[in-house]
Structures are given as structure tokens and as C-alpha cells.
Unconditional design. Structure first.
Length: 64
């Protein structure tokens, strides 16, 4: 188990470009907003960390 930040590559839910996210495993279970570095739209990011397995969910924030 480690609590360093990690770089995680994921596809933007808006533009589909692969972007690199800085993930903090100690934030497991929390959701935060980060702007896409390509299209600048806000992405809702949820991080789950279990042991050394990190799961990251990306969701479009403007879904209504
Ligand atoms: Zn994007």
C-alpha cells in the first residue's frame, strides 16, 4: 500500500482525448472536478483505491 500521488491516463468523457490525471490514493471514495486539459470542460472524477489497485471513474459534469 502506498500513498504517493500517481499519474493516471484516462479518456475525457467529452472529447475522448487521453489526458493525464494526478490521482491521490488517500482521496479514495471522494469525487472532485478537474478541467480537461484538451477541451477545458469540467470532468467529475471519482477515485477508489484498494491496496495498490486504483480505479478512476470519469463522468461528464454537465449531464442534466
Ligand atoms: Zn476533453
Amino acid at each position: 500500500m502506498y500513498y504517493d500521488t500517481i499519474l493516471h491516463a484516462a479518456g475525457c468523457p467529452y472529447c475522448g482525448e487521453t489526458i493525464e490525471l494526478v490521482i491521490d490514493p488517500s482521496e479514495s471514495g471522494s469525487t472532485y472536478i478537474e478541467d480537461c486539459s484538451v477541451c477545458c470542460r469540467p470532468i467529475s472524477i471519482t477515485v477508489f483505491a484498494e491496496d495498490d489497485a486504483i480505479t478512476v471513474y470519469l463522468q461528464a459534469e454537465d449531464e442534466t
